[in-house]
Design a protein around this ligand. Structure first.
Ligand SMILES: N[C@@H](CCC(=O)N[C@@H](CS)C(=O)NCC(=O)O)C(=O)O
Length: 263
């Protein structure tokens, strides 16, 4: 049975979509928006009791947690993007755990306080503290990439790079975070330019994704306040070119418009 990926590109599901594109495997994207109007509906809570996306159904195997999903797919399909042996498996797991523990919480704080929250709710103190907290792990990353010829594991692009970059993505409105880190910068830019990344990320800008994002909002979702935002910095992965690519790529997906149709 074809792999089913639940989520929308404007969520952590992008990580899984990127992975699926890297592997070149067929999949169905079941477009479920995060939130009360989507992932927290009873039919989806039965599949992921956490009420979040992404989750997958791989021939009856239900998995949630974006990093675990990507590592599962990596192991299932193996090298080059997955591990070629147990040692690589360990290293890929290590970097993935490291990114959710050492990078993602602080990088999320950076995102909230540079773009995601309405300006009035942003905290300079929280932003500064998060950037400070990232300083040591980013040095670790810079050093590793220098030693590993620009990659984390096996001197090639793997799920480890993909998973870590998926967390670094939250720093896109705070370029100062990567100032003085030329190796990370080059590695990040190279990964974001990969055709598989382009295919997955292009859909973040599609009209359908945006409609579904709105459809997922429930009365308790804080995103409901977004219209109050006056200044949202330009998203480097957003723009007319993205919309064009999204339009032409849409046909590649066999899409079930779940969140909208069930509202
Ligand atoms: N640790 C989880 C986090 C998943 C998560 O927080 N997903 C968000 C979208 S990016 C979500 O579904 N939020 C909806 C909600 O919590 O109601 C993962 O990496 O998969």
């Amino acid at each position: 049975m074809t792999l089913k990926i639940y989520g929308i590109p404007r969520s952590r599901a992008t990580r899984t979509l990127w992975m699926a594109h890297e592997l070149g495997i067929p999949f169905d994207l079941i477009e479920v928006a995060p939130g009360a109007g989507g992932s927290r509906k009873p039919e989806f809570l039965r599949l992921n009791p956490n009420g979040q996306v992404p989750f997958i159904d791989d021939d009856g195997l239900i998995l949630w947690e974006s990093m675990a999903i990507n590592l599962y797919l990596a192991k299932k399909h193996g090298a080059p993007i997955g591990p070629g042996n147990l040692a690589e498996d360990g290293q890929m797991t290590m970097w993935s755990f490291w990114s959710v523990n050492e990078i993602e919480p602080h990088a999320s704080t950076v995102l909230y306080n540079t773009a995601e929250r309405p300006e009035a709710e942003r905290s300079t103190a929280a932003l500064t503290a998060a950037l400070n907290a990232l300083s040591a792990p980013l040095m670790v990353l810079e050093k590793r990439l220098q030693e590993g010829s620009g990659y984390l594991v096996g001197r090639r692009f793997t799920v480890a790079d993909l998973n870590v970059i998926s967390c670094l993505f939250y720093l896109r409105f705070a370029p100062q975070a990567l100032a003085g880190k030329p190796v990370i910068r080059a590695w990040y830019d190279g990964a974001m330019a990969r055709p598989a990344n382009r295919s997955a990320f292009a859909l973040r800008c599609s009209a359908l994704t945006l409609a579904l994002l709105l459809a997922g909002l429930g009365p308790n979702d804080r995103f409901i306040h977004r219209p109050q935002q006056s200044k949202r910095p330009r998203d480097p992965h957003w723009g007319s070119r993205g919309l064009l690519v999204a339009g032409t790529r849409n046909h590649l997906y066999r899409t079930t418009v779940t969140a909208l149709s069930r509202r």
